[in-house]
Design a protein around this ligand. Structure first.
Ligand code: GLN
Length: 494
């Protein structure tokens, strides 16, 4: 029999439904891979029994002739930013260590309702702040990929959804949830040779997801291919009255409407994205992507996003501002850690708890956010950044009068080495340069694998779509996938 852990979401769903294998066999296979991959540090908590329980339920439904659900029999990894009832939820922070929610996030509940099972809670950058997974309190994830130059330097899996990306790339899970505030689904997907889509802001409920920057945070699937992303996104998306920014729109049947035929479609190439500091291999893969989309029938047009260079500075004002507000709730009173020095009063307890509970990057963001929101600087920073955000959204609106989707690299480089960027936060922030504009504009955007660079590391191409047009994004992704023929996977060393 084929190794079931080589299968993706669609193949598992269809195989279980057809009776080719049982959901329990699938769960056992992935549980075994997870147990054997401790060296990658992808999971903060593993829940093999939960994966098995869901699988048994799916097998029982099948035996009873009942429908199995969109994710029937598919075990997944859950980014540890989603509250899961009865299972520790930390956001990879010390301050939430030991926090066991009494409630389930809307997105995770929808996935369980669709027949998925949980393999465990995946490591991430602390409070989803980072691009490399190195800000996790629980130690960084190590990418399963290695350069082919024999150096064996441990590489970053991307971030913040680095546990998700590494787990899918290493065949520890057929798919995983991610969240994307400024690239955290797309950049790790690109670094590890998998696919991931951030839907339009509001498609997936934020209820029960630990908040980072609420006007940007959006959940989405990370999986092996475009079809698997479409299936899982259908299961995750939908209106939720518990999230005031949830989109009250029907969830389309994205899988059924998948088509890589782009005849009649226009693809925009933003000229401002050809910027210094982008690897030659990345630029070459972008050119290959343009050729593939032409081959799929699309017309390629030049577009301009003139405010691109202000996107990163605006993001690194808006996201910390919202974070400083959101993270004020962690004060040692209601959640997780409490540090109460002898004889301390209330203020001392807040200070001691926050000093001990937050990591350095989280503290940096809280301080930046507090500064840009302070009375004397609010207009100069925060108001200005909000205006820039509006201009960036207008840039996209103008571009989309000329094209249906936009094609760009996902990140300016392939995966970098762990430790290479930690001493230079600005260099780390620059890695988000192509991902952040779509986040500020709330647009759907996806990364699909495009090939390998000269060192044998995956590169991703990004497709950005109009608001609500996940279908257009997925279809362009499918057209690239069919031509890139990306089948590389990391050699197992763990
Ligand atoms: N890397 C970006 C940051 O550090 C994006 C993170 C995210 O999307 N959660 O803010």
């Amino acid at each position: 029999m084929t190794d079931l852990t080589e299968l993706g979401v669609a193949a598992i769903r269809d195989g279980v439904a057809a009776g080719d294998f049982t959901a329990v066999e699938v769960a056992e296979g992935f549980n075994a891979n997870v147990a054997a991959a401790a060296a990658l540090n992808t999971f903060i908590v593993t829940t093999p029994e939960k994966a098995l329980d869901a699988a048994r339920a799916t097998d029982a439904r099948r035996a009873a002739g009942q429908p199995l659900g969109k994710m029937g029999g598919v075990p997944i990894g859950m980014k540890d930013l989603f509250a899961t009832r009865g299972v520790q939820t930390t956001a990879a922070s010390h301050i939430l260590e030991g926090f066991t929610p009494e409630y389930e996030s809307t997105v995770s509940q929808k996935l369980w309702n669709a027949g998925a099972g949980m393999l465990g809670k995946l490591n991430l950058d602390q409070f989803a702040m980072g691009s490399s997974n190195e800000t996790s309190y629980f130690g960084n994830v190590i990418s399963p990929w290695r350069r082919n130059d024999g150096g064996n330097a441990p590489l970053a899996p991307g971030g913040s959804s680095g546990g998700s990306s590494a787990a899918v790339a290493a065949r520890l899970a057929p798919a995983a949830t991610g969240t994307d505030t400024g690239g955290s689904i797309r950049q790790p997907a690109a670094f590890t040779g998998i696919s991931g889509i951030k839907p339009t802001y509001g498609r997936c409920s934020r209820w029960g997801i630990v908040a980072f920057a609420s006007s940007l945070d959006q959940a989405g699937p990370m999986a092996r291919d475009v079809r698997d992303c479409a299936i899982m996104l259908e299961a995750m998306a939908g209106f939720d009255p518990k999230d005031a920014t949830s989109l009250d729109m029907p969830v389309p049947d994205w899988e059924a409407a998948l088509s890589g035929d782009l005849r009649g479609k226009k693809v925009g190439i933003p000229r401002e994205y050809r910027m210094d500091g982008t690897d030659a291999d990345v630029l070459a893969s972008w050119d290959a992507g343009i050729a593939w989309l032409k081959d799929a029938g699309a017309e390629v047009v030049d577009v301009s996003l003139p405010h691109t260079k202000y996107a990163l500075p605006a993001y690194y004002i808006i996201a910390p501002a919202e974070a400083s507000s959101n993270l004020a709730r962690y004060d040692g009173v209601r959640y997780g850690l409490r540090d109460l020095p002898d004889g301390a009063g209330l203020q001392d307890m807040y200070a001691a708890t926050r000093a001990a509970g937050f990591g350095a990057e989280v503290k940096r963001r809280i301080m930046i956010g507090t500064y840009v929101l302070s009375a004397g600087f609010y207009d100069a920073y925060y108001t200005q950044a909000q205006k820039v955000r509006t201009l960036i959204a207008q840039d996209f609106a103008n571009a989309f009068t000329l094209c249906d989707v936009i094609l760009a690299p996902t990140a300016p480089t392939a995966a970098f080495g762990l430790g290479d960027m930690v001493s230079d936060p600005l260099a780390m922030y620059l890695n988000d340069v192509f991902a952040v504009p779509a986040s500020l504009a709330g647009l759907p955007a996806m990364s699909v694998p495009a090939g390998l660079n000269k060192q044998g590391l995956p590169l991703g191409l990004q497709i950005i779509g109009k608001a609500f047009d996940e279908q257009g994004v997925l279809n362009a992704g499918l057209a690239i996938e069919a031509r890139a023929q990306f089948s590389a996977k990391p050699d197992k060393w763990w």
